[in-house]
Design a protein around this ligand. Structure first.
Ligand SMILES: NC(=O)c1ccc[n+]([C@@H]2O[C@H](COP(=O)([O-])OP(=O)(O)OC[C@H]3O[C@@H](n4cnc5c(N)ncnc54)[C@H](OP(=O)(O)O)[C@@H]3O)[C@@H](O)[C@H]2O)c1
Length: 275
């Protein structure tokens, strides 16, 4: 068995990334070593995958092998980071020109912190989002100083099957996260509220939900394909003294636009605080 990828933490996001890597044959299952926190989690993590690969818990002596591998995906909760640091057994090997790669998806843990916790590694921060579950995500990437061109290529190949990838300066990652990682929650809330409105106005629930999804998808497609500014589309729909302008007037009076702007700014501020 020649291991080459270590996945430290096999929660939802790591499962999605690893599943796509195995499906795309980017890594063979016998090249992967997964590590979870507790023995009881091994079975649950394994159930997600159609192929078998090695999964051990953090107390298993085999888990130390993860630190010898050239590529690691770090996907634990930020509060578990100090425990991971304690387990890290690798040290800088002067025989290798290139340091092994550590890809962290931990929200709010900055590159300088990663680099000081794992000095024997070249570190990269990745911010994926939940639509990656259906290969429709976006991922923001910020490179640490020591990541080589080949390693950058590898990371891009890891995230492209599940998401559109954006390379960004690290100071933009908080805003990226506030929009893209938290965004599905804002849009789910808006979607639910629109469907509730349709139910209140007389549609059955199933139809209200289906029509809400179709309207959101169609609107996004229209904006993209016709390259419209959102304001142009709004003006196309709102006819004089009609239904839409009456509804828009209410939304403006209630401060919906401002609430959404503030929501993104607050999430970005919180992300900065957490780091
Ligand atoms: N979910 C998202 O949408 C999303 C999006 C972007 C970024 N992220 C980031 O992804 C990271 C993981 O999030 P998640 O939602 O996937 O979390 P999660 O479901 O709680 O998964 C955490 C994983 O880490 C394992 N773990 C705990 N202690 C460990 C240790 N000492 N050694 C090895 N593994 C250990 C856990 O195993 P046990 O279950 O046995 O404890 C579990 O498999 C977070 O830092 C988050 O910021 C998540």
């Amino acid at each position: 068995m020649t291991l080459s990828l270590g996945v430290i933490g096999l929660g939802r996001m790591a499962q999605v990334i690893l599943h796509s890597l195995l499906e795309a044959d980017q890594f063979k299952s016998d090249e992967v070593l997964g590590v979870v926190g507790r023995p009881g989690s091994i079975k649950r993590a394994a159930e997600y995958f159609s192929t078998d690969f090695s999964i051990v818990d953090a107390q298993d002596p085999m888990s130390d092998r993860v630190w010898d591998l050239p590529v690691k995906l770090l996907a634990v909760k930020p509060q578990q980071l100090s425990q991971i640091k304690e387990n890290c057994t690798s040290s800088t090997n002067p025989e290798f020109a290139q340091k092994p790669l550590l890809i962290s998806i931990l929200a709010g843990v900055r590159l300088d912190r990663l680099q000081s916790l794992f000095p024997s590694h070249a570190c990269v921060r990745a911010v994926p989002n939940t639509p990656a579950l259906v290969s429709a995500g976006v991922t923001g990437l910020s490179w640490g100083d020591e990541v080589s061109v080949d390693q950058q290529r590898l990371v891009l190949e890891l995230f492209r099957p599940i998401s559109k990838v954006y390379e960004l300066p690290e100071e933009q990652l908080d805003a990226f996260l506030a929009l893209t990682s938290s965004g599905p929650a804002y849009l789910a809330l808006v979607s639910e509220a629109l469907a509730d409105g349709a139910v209140a106005a007389g549609l059955p629930r199933y139809l209200a939900n289906t029509l809400t999804h179709a309207t959101i998808e169609g609107t996004v497609q229209l904006l993209k394909e016709k390259e419209l500014h959102p304001g142009q589309l709004k003006d196309m729909v709102a006819s004089p003294a009609g239904t839409t302008i009456r509804a828009l007037r209410h939304l403006e009076k209630e401060g919906v636009r401002s609430a959404l702007i503030e929501a993104v700014v607050l999430a970005a501020t919180r992300s900065k605080e957490l780091s």
